[in-house]
Design a protein around this ligand. Structure first.
Ligand SMILES: C[S@@+](CC[C@H](N)C(=O)[O-])C[C@H]1O[C@@H](n2cnc3c(N)ncnc32)[C@H](O)[C@@H]1O
Length: 301
C-alpha cells in the first residue's frame, strides 16, 4: 500500500485522516502473538491490537496539537528546550557545509528551526535544508504556523510532509538521500521501532548521522522516584487544567515508561544496520538530566 503524502511550502495542510498503514513486521514489545489472535502492542500501559495503535496515537496528537507547546513547557518546566538545544549542539549542523536533513515526527518544527538557526548563526549557512515529516496533519499545521513567522518561510530550506515514519514512501524519500536524520520525542509513539529505524537507515546516505532525542531510563533510584511522582501526578493534572485532556497526557507519561532502556535501544539501532559507540553513557548515547531524556547517535556506514 502506498501511503498518501503531502508536501507543504506555502499552503496550510488540509487536515485529513492519516493513511492507515498496517504492518506485521517487528513491533514494540509485542505482548502476545498467536496464530489466531491479533498481534498486540503497548499503548501506554494498555495492551492494544497492533493495528489500532496508530489511530490511538493519532487521536492523542490531534487532541494535544493546539496546546502541545504550552503543555510541553509547563510539564517540563521549559527543560525540553534545553534538551533540544543539546541535541543540536552535539550535531553542529552546518559545520562541515550545508546538509540535507529530515526531521521525522517533527510536527512542531522545533528541531527543524534549531537546525536551520544553528547552521545560519554559527556558519552563515543558508543552504542546509530540513524536510519535516509527521503522520499528523494537526501537528504539521502547528509547525507550519511557527515557521510562517521566520525567515525560512517560503524558502527551499523548509518543507512539511505528512507520512508515516515506519513507511516513508520511497518515491518521495529515496534511498541514500539525507546527511542527517533526526527524531525527537517521536519514536516511542510509533508502533514498530524496528521499522522506523529501518527506514532511517534506508534514507540516510552512507556516512549519514541518525540522532534520536527521547525520554529514557533514569538510573538513580532517588531521582527515579521523584521523577515518577512528578510525572504521574503533575503531568496528567496539567493536562486536565491546561488542555482539558487528562487521558492523552496520561498516555504520554506511560509511553515513556514503556520505551526500551538505553542499552536495549542502542542494540535495536545496531540491528537496523547502524554503527554506534560503546554501550555506555557518552558512547552510544548521552544521558540528559540523569537519563530523564537521552540522545542516541549512530552512523550509517
Ligand atoms: C511528542 S511529539 C514531538 C514533536 C517534535 N518532534 C518535538 O520534539 O517537539 C510526537 C510526534 O510524533 C508524531 N508521530 C507519532 N507517530 C508517528 C509516525 N508513525 N510517523 C510519523 N510521526 C509520528 C506525532 O504526530 C507527534 O507530532
Amino acid at each position: 500500500m502506498q501511503p498518501a503524502t503531502r508536501c507543504l511550502r506555502v499552503a496550510l495542510p488540509r487536515v485529513h485522516r492519516a493513511p492507515r498503514l498496517v504492518r506485521s513486521l517487528g513491533t514494540q514489545a509485542p505482548e502476545t502473538s498467536g496464530n489466531s489472535s491479533p498481534r498486540t502492542t503497548s499503548f501506554g500501559f494498555k495492551i492494544v491490537p497492533e493495528d489500532e495503535k496508530e489511530s490511538l496515537v493519532k487521536n492523542v496528537f490531534d487532541s494535544v496539537a493546539s496546546s502541545y507547546d504550552l503543555m510541553n513547557d509547563a510539564s517540563s518546566l521549559g527543560v525540553h528546550r534545553l534538551w533540544k538545544d543539546s541535541l543540536i549542539s552535539t550535531l553542529r549542523p552546518g559545520r562541515k557545509g550545508p546538509l540535507r536533513c529530515i526531521d521525522v515526527a517533527g510536527g512542531t518544527g522545533d528541531i527543524a528551526l534549531r537546525i536551520l538557526d544553528h547552521a545560519r548563526e554559527k556558519y552563515a549557512d543558508r543552504e542546509t535544508t530540513v524536510e519535516v515529516v509527521d503522520i499528523n496533519g494537526q501537528m504539521l499545521k502547528e509547525g507550519f504556523r511557527r515557521f510562517k513567522k521566520t525567515m525560512y518561510h517560503n524558502t527551499p530550506q523548509i518543507s512539511f510532509h505528512e507520512a508515516n515514519a515506519q513507511e516513508l514512501p520511497p518515491s518521495q524519500f529515496a534511498d541514500n538521500t539525507y546527511d542527517l536524520y533526526t527524531i525527537a520525542f517521536g519514536i516511542r509513539n510509533c508502533t514498530s521501532i524496528p521499522d522506523v529505524l529501518k527506514e532511517a537507515h534506508r534514507v540516510l546516505k552512507p556516512g549519514g548521522t541518525f540522532a534520536c532525542l527521547e525520554f529514557s531510563r533514569v538510573n538513580n533510584p532517588l531521582l527515579s522516584l521523584a521523577y515518577d511522582q512528578y510525572s504521574f501526578t503533575m503531568i496528567p493534572l496539567l493536562g486536565t487544567i491546561l488542555a482539558g485532556d487528562r487521558a492523552s497526557y496520561q498516555y504520554l507519561v506511560e509511553s515513556i515508561r514503556k520505551f526500551p532502556p538505553q542499552p536495549e535501544f542502542a542494540s535495536m539501532i545496531r540491528d537496523a544496520g547502524f554503527t554506534t559507540g560503546k554501550d555506555v553513557d557518552g558512547g552510544a548515547w548521552t544521558d540528559l538530566w540523569g537519563g530523564i531524556a537521552c540522545i542516541h547517535k549512530a552512523v550509517k556506514i
